[in-house]
Design a protein around this ligand. Structure first.
Ligand SMILES: NC(=O)c1ccc[n+]([C@@H]2O[C@H](COP(=O)([O-])OP(=O)(O)OC[C@H]3O[C@@H](n4cnc5c(N)ncnc54)[C@H](O)[C@@H]3O)[C@@H](O)[C@H]2O)c1
Length: 360
């Protein structure tokens, strides 16, 4: 099979793991990269032996490139996706799909119109943690799922990220940044969500860049940094979720648990692909670790790109899709809307995930 030629736009922090993983892909060949800051593109090209460094316009005009991997900051996701689609390219973007719901819908409708694919991170739900839990639920191991918890209890990334401002701008914050990992897992495990209620706030407004050339510079916080709420699913399950950049003393709350009528599943950090899934049934004191349904590395970012390319070849739906990302974007926005309007938000979008059978 001929590999699909891809161009990377956005050569910052996260591009390293994508380029490392895509180097081994039997389906995708990265032939070019671009960044608003040309030195960043040049540096990645040297590091990963990428043949061409272009500016964004030049890269989008290259006829041999069929796929754009958009690894820019959230505020640029929609613009870059739309420019890529206009140029006739498929696109796979980092999360979130877009900052606003309107932009998200615009991307989906342009892709439909152009008959092109849009994929979106996270693809962590395709890893062994979530897929092992999914197999357990489908085999009836915990009975009927009735409730769940998801806790992202941490600090923001300003201690280690050299350009952390975007994490505190619209499109960032602990919901837009970390929420997609938890919500993709929950939608994969519980199906479509239908309603959200929440309280949100900026509990710690004073922030400072902690490393790199801008160390010591104050960060303006423009988005909630602590969000607590509930999400109702169509299957009747109720998710309790907290996602925070404001937890300075740490926490022992579990990452994610699914409660069924005959047992509980406890899942590892959904930011990674291959953590433990534990089961406890009524009357048991100890957790039992389930055998993973397949072998998987810890950071397999790019799995969703390979799946999308394979899906294009085989004329099937791809899994880390814009439709799934839009449903997640609507859930995330609804936390803020519910808090500011003091009411439950009924979701308009629905998404049923695509069955997994041949990823590995
Ligand atoms: N850093 C992480 O650990 C991490 C993990 C998972 C996902 N992500 C996601 O990946 C994306 C990028 O994050 P990052 O940490 O790599 O950020 P970063 O700031 O390190 O890199 C982003 C790069 O995109 C470039 N850029 C911005 N707008 C552009 C545009 N319009 N055209 C071309 N280049 C543009 C910037 O110059 C920068 O080099 C974000 O959506 C983030 O949520 C990051």
């Amino acid at each position: 099979m001929i590999k699909m030629k891809a161009g990377i736009i956005g050569c910052g922090n996260i591009s390293g793991i994508y380029l490392k993983n895509l180097k081994d892909s039997p389906l995708v060949e990265v032939v070019a990269c671009a960044d608003l800051i040309p030195e960043r593109a040049r540096q990645r090209a040297d590091e990963f032996n990428i043949a061409n460094v272009y500016n964004v316009e030049e890269l989008l005009a290259r006829p041999e490139i069929d796929l754009i991997v958009n690894l820019t900051i959230p505020a640029s996701h929609a613009n870059v996706d739309i420019a890529a689609l206009e140029a006739g390219k498929h696109v796979y973007s980092e999360k979130p799909l877009a900052v606003t719901l309107e932009e998200g819908l615009q991307i989906i409708s342009l892709a439909d119109q152009k008959r092109l694919r849009v994929g979106c991170a996270p693809d962590t739900f395709l890893g062994s943690t979530v897929q092992t839990a999914k197999a357990a639920i489908e085999s009836g191991l915990i009975g009927r799922p009735i409730a769940a918890t998801a806790f992202n209890m941490g600090l923001g990334p300003e201690a280690w990220h050299h350009n952390p401002e975007f994490f505190y701008a619209p499109g960032g914050g602990p919901m837009m940044d970390m929420g997609p990992y938890f919500l993709a897992a929950m939608v994969e495990l519980l199906g479509p969500a239908c309603r959200v209620s929440a309280s949100t706030g900026i509990q710690i407004p004073d922030r400072m860049i902690g490393s790199g050339p801008n160390s010591g510079k104050a960060i303006t916080v423009q988005t909630p940094t602590h969000l607590a709420g509930t999400v109702d699913f169509e299957n009747g399950s109720i998710l309790t979720m907290i996602t925070s950049f404001d937890i300075f003393g740490g926490s022992d709350l579990p990452w994610m648990e699914i409660y069924g009528t005959q047992g509980t599943l406890s899942l590892a950090d959904p930011n990674y692909f291959n953590g433990d899934v534990k089961l406890r049934r009524p009357g048991q004191e100890q957790w039992e670790t389930l055998e993973p349904v397949f072998e998987c590395g810890r950071n397999e970012r790019g799995l969703g790109i390979n799946d999308m390319v394979q899906a294009i070849e085989n004329h099937r739906d791809h899994r880390a899709s814009a439709q799934m990302a839009y449903h997640i974007l609507e859930i995330m926005h609804s936390f803020q809307q519910s808090s500011s309007e003091g009411r439950h938000i009924v979701l308009e979008s629905r998404y049923r995930t695509v069955a997994l059978n041949l990823l590995k």
